[in-house]
Design a binder for this molecule. Structure first.
Ligand code: ADP
Length: 563
C-alpha cells in the first residue's frame, strides 16, 4: 500500500510540475512578446524621429544588432534596409504593416508573420513619416518551442531537483499516511482514532469481528458438547484415517483397548493386536461394513466397523465398540434356561407316559391302579407347578409392567399366605407362625404373595421333623422388613449365592422329592428387584435359614429388573 500511495503522490507531483512548466512557458511567452512589442514600438518612435530629421544618414549611423530597420518610400519601393541591400529588394507596399501605416489615420501599422526574406517569425511595426514614406522596424520573435529549447537546460535542472524533492516528500508522506493504518488495532477496531474516513470500515470490522467471535464461541460450544457426548459415551468410538491411523478416540475406547490418549496418530494395529479388530478395520478400509462379536480382555464386545467414504473413495473408518457382555450372558442364561426347562419337563412327562402305558397295556394289577394314578397326579402337579413358575418368571423377566401397583398391607398378605400353608406345615410336622402389625407399602400384591409363599414353602420343605418357621413383618422408618426364619437343614455357605439361580438346587434329588422346581428363589429374587427390595440371607448348616427382604415403602422409580 505504501508503494501505491508513494507512486500516486509522486506521479501527481510530477504531473503538476510538468503542467506548471508548460503553463509558465505559455504565460512567459505571452509576457515576453508583449514586452518585445512595446520595446519595438519605442524604438520605432525614436528611429522615425531620426529619419524625419536626417534621413538615410541617420539610419546609416545607427548600430542595432537584433532590430531590422527598413525605410520604404510612399510608393512601396525600399529606400533602406539595415540587413539587406535595398536596391535588390522587392516593392514592400503590399506588406500588411506598411499598407496599414500608409492607409490608417494614426499612421501606424503592425503585423506578425513569417519572413521569407529572413526565414524567421517576425514582429513588424511601421510608422508613416510626414513625407508619406514609412519606417519599419522588425525583430525576430522567439516561439514557444524556441523558448522551451532555450530553457531546456535550466528546466532540466529544476525538474531534476523537483523530482528528487517530490520523491523524498512522497516517500515521507506515504509513510506518514500508511503508518497509522499499519498500526491499526484490529482486535479492537473502535479503539483506533487516527482517520475519521476509516470509521465506517472499522465499525464494519468491529461488527464482523463480534459476529465471528459469536460464531466461534457457538462452534466451540457445539464442539465441546460433541466432545462431551463422545467422551461420555459408554460405547467406544475410534475414528481411523485411510491407513488405519487413529484420528480420534473417546475415553471408553481408550479404556476398552487399554490405550492412552497418546495413541492418536498411531496405527490401530500397534495399539491393539486383537485379530477381530484387525479384520474389522481392514474390511472397513476396503469399503466393507462389518459387525462382529469378540472378546477383548474380560468382556465381550460387538465391533461395528464402517467405512467413511467421500467422493466415492474410502477416506477412513469408524469403529464402534459396544459392551455386550451382559447381553451375551443373559443370552447364555436364556439358552441354559430353555435347556433346563426341556429337561425338567421331560422327566415328569416320561414318568406320566410310562405309568399310563403300563395301565393302557393292562400290565397293572387292579389294586396298583390307585397308586399309579397317584403317581401320575403327582407328576402332573409337578409339571403344573413348573409351568406356573416358568410363566411367573418369564413375566418377571419382561419387567412385570402390566401388573398393578397399589397400597398393600404386607402383614395382611403374609398372614394370609401363612394361613394357607398351615396345613402343609402341619403335614410335615413343622410349626408355622406369623407376627406383624398392619403396614402399608406400595407394591404389587400378587408378587408379594409369591415372595412370602416361596420363602415359607422352602422353610417348610427344607425343615426337619418338629421344626418351626417364623414369619415376621416389621416396620423400620421408610422400610418394611419381611423375615422368614426356619430351623431347617440350612444351606452350605459356598452355595448361598447360587441358590437364587434358575434351577439351582443344593440337593437335587431332595428338592424333587419334596416337590421343588428349582425356580422358587429365582422368582423371589426377581420379584424383589421389581420392588427395589434387598435380600439378605443367613444360613447355617443343620441350624436353619433366615431370609430377610427389605422393602422400601414408596414405589421405586426403576420398575424393570436389571437381570
Ligand atoms: P426349589 O423349588 O428346589 O425349592 P428354590 O429356588 O426355591 O428351588 O430353592 C433353591 C434351592 O435352595 C433348593 O433346592 C434348596 O436346596 C435350597 N433352599 C432354599 N430354601 C432353603 C431353606 N429354607 N433351607 C434350606 N435350603 C433351602
Amino acid at each position: 500500500m505504501k508503494k501505491r500511495v508513494f507512486r500516486a503522490m509522486f506521479y501527481m507531483a510530477l504531473g503538476i510540475l510538468l503542467v506548471s512548466f508548460a503553463l509558465s512557458i505559455v504565460v512567459l511567452n505571452g509576457h515576453y512578446s508583449d514586452f518585445s512589442r512595446e520595446e519595438l514600438r519605442g524604438q520605432l518612435e525614436l528611429i522615425a524621429e531620426g529619419v524625419q530629421l536626417d534621413g538615410e544618414t541617420y539610419l546609416k549611423k545607427l548600430d542595432v544588432d537584433e532590430t531590422r530597420i527598413t525605410w520604404v518610400a510612399d510608393d512601396g519601393s525600399v529606400l533602406y534596409d539595415s540587413m539587406n541591400d535595398a536596391a535588390g529588394m522587392e516593392n514592400h507596399a503590399d506588406r500588411e504593416e506598411i499598407r496599414e501605416a500608409m492607409e490608417s489615420q494614426s499612421g501606424y501599422g503592425e503585423s506578425r508573420r513569417y519572413s521569407s526574406t529572413m526565414m524567421s517569425r517576425y514582429l513588424y511595426c511601421a510608422k508613416r513619416l510626414s513625407d508619406g514614406s514609412v519606417v519599419r522596424v522588425s525583430r525576430g520573435m522567439n516561439t514557444v518551442l524556441a523558448m522551451t529549447i532555450t530553457m531546456i537546460q535550466p528546466m532540466c535542472i529544476v525538474l531534476l531537483a523537483a523530482i528528487i524533492l517530490a520523491a523524498v516528500l512522497s516517500n515521507r508522506l506515504s509513510k506518514q499516511i500508511v503508518q497509522p493504518i499499519n498500526n491499526l488495532n484490529l482486535e479492537e477496531p473502535l479503539m483506533n482514532e487516527d482517520y475519521d474516513e476509516l470509521a465506517p470500515l472499522l465499525r464494519r470490522m468491529d461488527k464482523q469481528q463480534r459476529q465471528l467471535r459469536k460464531q466461534k464461541s457457538e462452534l466451540n460450544q457445539r464442539q465441546e458438547e460433541l466432545n462431551t457426548i463422545i467422551d461420555n459415551m459408554y460405547e467406544g468410538l475410534v475414528l481411523l484415517g485411510n491407513r488405519g491411523n487413529i484420528v480420534g478416540i473417546n475415553n471408553s475406547a481408550l479404556r476398552i483397548l487399554g490405550a492412552t490418549p497418546e495413541c492418536v496418530g498411531k496405527n490401530i494395529l500397534a495399539v491393539n493386536r486383537n485379530m477381530d479388530i484387525q479384520m474389522s478395520v481392514s474390511d472397513a478400509l476396503d469399503g466393507i461394513e462389518s459387525d462382529k462379536t469378540a472378546e477383548i480382555g474380560d468382556a465381550i464386545y460387538q465391533i461395528t466397523a464402517s467405512p467413511v467414504e467421500f467422493d466415492e473413495k474410502v477416506r477412513g473408518a469408524a469403529l464402534m465398540l459396544i459392551d455386550v457382555t451382559e447381553k451375551e450372558k443373559s443370552e447364555q442364561v436364556r439358552r441354559e434356561f430353555s435347556a433346563n426347562v426341556s429337561h425338567e419337563l421331560r422327566t415328569p412327562l416320561h414318568s406320566i407316559s410310562g405309568y399310563a402305558e403300563l395301565m393302557k397295556n393292562g400290565m397293572v394289577r387292579g389294586e396298583d391302579i390307585q397308586p399309579f394314578a397317584e403317581k401320575i397326579y403327582q407328576e402332573a402337579q409337578r409339571m403344573i407347578r413348573l409351568v406356573e413358575d416358568i410363566i411367573n418368571l418369564s413375566h418377571l423377566d419382561e419387567g412385570a409392567r402390566d401388573m398393578d401397583w397399589a397400597e398393600v398391607d404386607l402383614s395382611e398378605i403374609a398372614g394370609r399366605t401363612v394361613e394357607s400353608l398351615q396345613e402343609t406345615a402341619a403335614s410335615k410336622n413343622v410349626t408355622l407362625s406369623f407376627s406383624g402389625n398392619p403396614v402399608k407399602i406400595c407394591g404389587i400384591a400378587h408378587l408379594m404373595q409369591e415372595i412370602v409363599y416361596n420363602l415359607c414353602d422352602n422353610a417348610i420343605k427344607y425343615n426337619r421333623d418338629g421344626g418351626s418357621v417364623e414369619v415376621m413383618v416389621k416396620e423400620k422408618k421408610e422400610k418394611v422388613i419381611l423375615t422368614v426364619r426356619d430351623t431347617g437343614i440350612g444351606i452350605p455357605e459356598d452355595q448361598q449365592e447360587r441358590i437364587f439361580e434358575r434351577f439351582y438346587r443344593v440337593d437335587k434329588s431332595h428338592s424333587k422329592e419334596v416337590g421343588g422346581t428349582g425356580l422358587g428363589l429365582s422368582i423371589v429374587k426377581h420379584a424383589a428387584i421389581v420392588h427395589d427390595a434387598k435380600i439378605d440371607l443367613k444360613s447355617k448348616l443343620g441350624v436353619g435359614t433366615s431370609v430377610k427382604i427389605c422393602f422400601p415403602k414408596r414405589r421405586p422409580k426403576k420398575e424393570e429388573p436389571d437381570s
